[in-house]
Structures are given as structure tokens and as C-alpha cells.
Write a protein that binds this ligand. Structure first.
Ligand SMILES: *[C@@H]1O[C@H](CO)[C@@H](O)[C@H](O)[C@H]1NC(C)=O
Length: 218
């Protein structure tokens, strides 16, 4: 009995410590110890924070996740404050199945941010609650043609477009609501590297579905 509860508590501890590690862009900090604390997993921007260039027409966000099933929000924030007034969805909310490396190479930001600094916030809605990590970036024109080595999907990792009310709620005020024009900047079949596969076809169908839903809601 005692042994069983000891094992159970060990299990709880290891799940609580597991979480995810943002690999690209370079995160504010690498420890996941306070990852349940928003907006940036216990980290803030200071003089030593690394700054990564982020290409507004398509760049990578890569992380390694230990949870077998999570929903993920890629949020683009203008300026130095994660609570700043202007933020955007960099990609539709994704549901990831299978633990391991995950990289979305087509995260976008509004062109109006070129030349400005900002924050890429990755929020996971996981089995143990909301988890946060941030990277500090400078937005530049174009598409990242030299994706980092960390941009890869683990074997057995799969993903699909999804929806999640808790993640959407992070876009609190109406000024944060992604506009239809941002939605249409989501990747289309022509820009998708693996556009031949059924998978990317369903991803594209998902984008169209979301765009239609957003337009319908206006
Ligand atoms: C990883 O999988 C997602 C979902 O299928 C896909 O959108 C993305 O392009 C993949 N990443 C890489 C580096 O192939």
C-alpha cells in the first residue's frame, strides 16, 4: 500500500517535471521548472536575453515535448511585454500526438512587425494544465530558407489542426482577435514542403475550414 502510493507520487513528480523544451527560436531560459507559470514559464526579458531573427513570411518554431497529447498555440507578440496590446496567431492551434520533437516551419507574423522586436510565445494545453515558453525575436522580411537543425518531427509524432477555448482565451481583448487577413496568410498548399501527402492536404483543408469559420463569424 505504502509502496504503491510512493510509486504513484514518483509518477506524479516525473510527469510534473517533464513538460516541453522550446528549442527554436532560442528561449528566454531553458529550465521547465516553472513552466506552468504564464506568460513565459517563469522567465522575463532582460539585458542578457538572446534575440533570434524571425522571418515574418515563414519561420520555424521547434520544441521537444514529453506529453503524448497536447494542444499548442503559437502566439506572436509585438514589443517587450508578453502582456502587450498587440498579439497575433502565428499558426492555427495544433493538436500534437506522440511525445518528442515537433517543429512547425511555417509560423508567420504580420509584415507590419518587420524591424521591430517581439516575443514568440508557445503555450501548450497539456494533461497537467497550461505550460508556457517564450523567445525574444527581431522580425525580418521574408522566409527562413535555412531552417535550424532542431526543426524536425520525431518518429511517431503527428499533428492536426485543432481548436481550444482555453488557448483562444489567451487572446483576451478584442484588439487581439486575429483578423481574417492574418488567417489567410496561413500556409497554403503551394508553400507546403510535403504538399503531395494526404496529411498536408488535410492540414490545408483545415486552414480553409478555419478561414471560412473566421469569415463566417465576422
Ligand atoms: C511536423 O508535422 C507538422 C504536422 O503534420 C507539419 O505541419 C510540419 O511541417 C512538420 N515539420 C517538419 C519539420 O516537417
Amino acid at each position: 500500500m505504502l509502496a504503491k502510493s510512493f510509486l504513484l507520487s514518483l509518477l506524479t513528480v516525473s510527469v510534473a517535471n517533464a513538460h516541453f523544451t522550446l528549442r527554436y527560436p532560442e528561449p528566454l531560459g531553458k529550465s521547465a521548472a516553472k513552466q506552468d507559470q504564464g506568460p513565459c514559464g517563469g522567465y522575463s526579458i532582460d539585458a542578457n536575453t538572446p534575440v533570434t531573427q524571425f522571418y515574418v513570411d515563414g519561420d520555424a518554431v521547434a520544441y521537444s515535448s514529453s506529453h503524448p497529447e497536447v494542444k499548442v498555440l503559437f502566439r506572436i507578440i509585438e514589443g517587450n511585454s508578453p502582456d502587450g496590446p498587440n498579439s497575433y496567431k502565428g499558426f492555427p492551434i495544433v493538436e500534437q500526438y506522440g511525445a518528442g520533437d515537433f517543429c512547425e516551419p511555417q509560423v508567420t507574423a504580420p509584415k507590419s512587425l518587420v524591424g521591430k522586436q517581439g516575443i514568440i510565445q508557445v503555450v501548450q494545453n497539456a494533461v497537467d494544465g497550461m505550460l508556457y515558453a517564450c523567445a525574444y525575436v527581431r522580425f525580418v522580411n521574408g522566409v527562413n530558407s535555412k531552417l535550424p537543425d532542431t526543426c524536425k518531427n520525431g518518429t511517431g509524432v503527428d499533428a492536426d489542426f485543432s481548436a481550444d477555448a482555453s488557448l483562444e482565451a489567451i487572446f483576451g481583448s478584442s484588439s487581439d482577435t486575429p483578423s481574417a487577413s492574418e488567417t489567410t496568410s496561413a500556409p497554403t498548399g503551394t508553400g507546403t514542403p510535403s504538399s503531395g501527402s494526404l496529411k498536408s492536404f488535410s492540414m490545408v483543408a483545415g486552414v480553409v475550414g478555419i478561414a471560412v469559420a473566421v469569415l463566417g463569424g465576422l
